[in-house]
Design a protein around this ligand. Structure first.
Ligand code: NAD
Ligand code: GLY
Length: 376
């Protein structure tokens, strides 16, 4: 019989053949992070390098370190600068320098305490230190909780594009404490909701309905603690299911890119940072919804429901003023082009999507014209 202590939080498993792990969700779970690691089979005495930034380490660094130290781990904190522009090989080199200084060994761990930027970089640093050591993801933005922390995509940006350098490296544990969202700027919270709405459309109609019924989904207080935990659980489960079915994105995992094809165009042409990633994805979902309606594969009624929910969360629904020629050119340069063909994830109903590579430039032009003539 195992005497391992266990903690009463929601738990989703990511049932990968080689690297199965759990996503633990619960208020104050950060206070129990040491115990959660023991629960996950990590032995006391291991060295842990916690990587975070000022925004997050300020309110949560001590809580995390205290919990780790109280369970007999040897933990240190490394602070890196915040922001997408810091997601570079140079910052990963800083993490490696810290790993070297602290003599991190094969049995040591890195722990990412932060949003997707910290998570992606720490995951990549762990993937490449000593050819791969374990990483724990402790996401503190809604986007990182429902998306970036689960699934093992890690990496940094290259001047030529986002996330061009990276590796698949699954975490050994993900711990989500919704209380950390209390300090998250509301705009970042909304950006994360775009990914939650995405899960509703690509596979979980009940999740979509839950958000539709919520009167004020645009901030954490409006969603409320109970619904927020449920939303986190369903979103984590949705992501886990897709990742388990297609870990390395050979096919199905591409449905997670719903809304991202047009979204990346907006991020590229409007400049990274002008629109948050989630805002661009929300607009991208509206755009691809229009495309599906025009092709006759989605009902106008459901497309309007998607748009209403996005508007209710105070995410953008008006396509920015962009030259159509530039949009087409940017689409051709997107990572989602395969064998020269554009790939779009199109909705067929709320809860179901299909991957298509037969969309013509004419259809895209028609869609963009419709979007531009329907400004609210
Ligand atoms: P982010 O990590 O930049 O965080 C947004 C801002 O919020 C930052 O300024 C951060 O310091 C601050 N912050 C984070 N948590 C906070 C908290 N609890 N309280 C106060 N401030 C807090 O942005 P993000 O949206 O979390 O992540 C975006 C990144 O994630 C992108 O680089 C994207 O490429 C990546 N991403 C990765 C995956 C994946 O599968 N690996 C999926 C989606 C996105
Ligand atoms: N965020 C998309 C993926 O994890 O595949």
């Amino acid at each position: 019989m195992s005497a391992a202590p266990s903690i009463p939080h929601r738990r989703i498993s990511v049932p990968l053949e080689r690297d199965a792990y759990d996503v633990v969700i619960g208020s104050d779970s950060l206070n129990d992070i040491g115990l959660a690691l023991i629960d996950a089979g990590v032995r006391r005495g291991r060295k842990i390098l916690v990587v975070s930034n000022e925004d997050v380490a300020g309110p949560y660094g001590d809580i995390c370190l205290k919990s780790l130290l109280s369970q007999g781990f040897s933990a240190d904190l490394l602070i890196i600068d915040a922001g997408e522009d810091q997601k570079t090989p140079a910052t990963v080199a800083r993490i490696h320098d810290a790993a070297f200084k602290r003599r991190l060994e094969r049995s040591s761990l890195m722990l990412a305490l932060g949003g997707g930027v910290v998570g992606d970089m720490t995951g990549f640093a762990a993937a490449t230190w000593l050819r791969g050591i374990s990483v724990v993801q402790v996401p503190t933005t809604l986007l990182a909780m429902v998306d970036a922390s689960i699934g093992g995509k890690t990496g940094v940006n290259h001047p030529g594009g986002k996330n061009l350098i990276g590796a698949f490296h699954q975490p050994c544990l993900v711990v989500i404490d919704p209380n950390t969202l209390r300090t998250l700027p509301v705009r970042e919270f909304r950006a994360g909701l775009a990914e939650v709405i995405k899960y509703g459309i690509i596979g979980d109609p009940d999740l979509f309905h839950l958000l539709e019924k919520c009167v004020q989904p645009e901030h954490a207080e409006g969603v409320g603690a109970e619904l927020l935990e449920l939303v986190l659980e369903r979103s984590a489960a949705a992501k886990a299911k897709v990742v388990a079915a297609d870990e390395k994105e050979g096919g199905l995992r591409a449905i997670l890119n719903y809304g991202h094809t047009f979204g990346h165009v907006i991020e590229t042409l409007c400049g990274y940072g002008t629109w948050l990633h989630g805002e661009a994805v929300a607009m991208g979902m509206v755009a691809v919804g229009e495309l599906a309606v025009q092709r006759g594969s989605w009902s106008r009624d459901e497309a309007e429901r998607q748009k209403r929910l996005i508007a209710k969360t105070k995410l953008p629904i008006n396509w920015p003023a962009l030259e159509i020629e530039n949009v087409l050119r940017t689409l051709q340069g997107d990572k989602k082009v395969r064998d020269g063909k554009l790939r779009f994830v199109l909705p067929t109903s709320i809860g179901q999507v299909e991957i298509r590579d037969d969309i013509t430039s004419e259809e895209i032009v028609q869609c963009l014209q419709a979007l531009q003539s329907s400004y609210l």
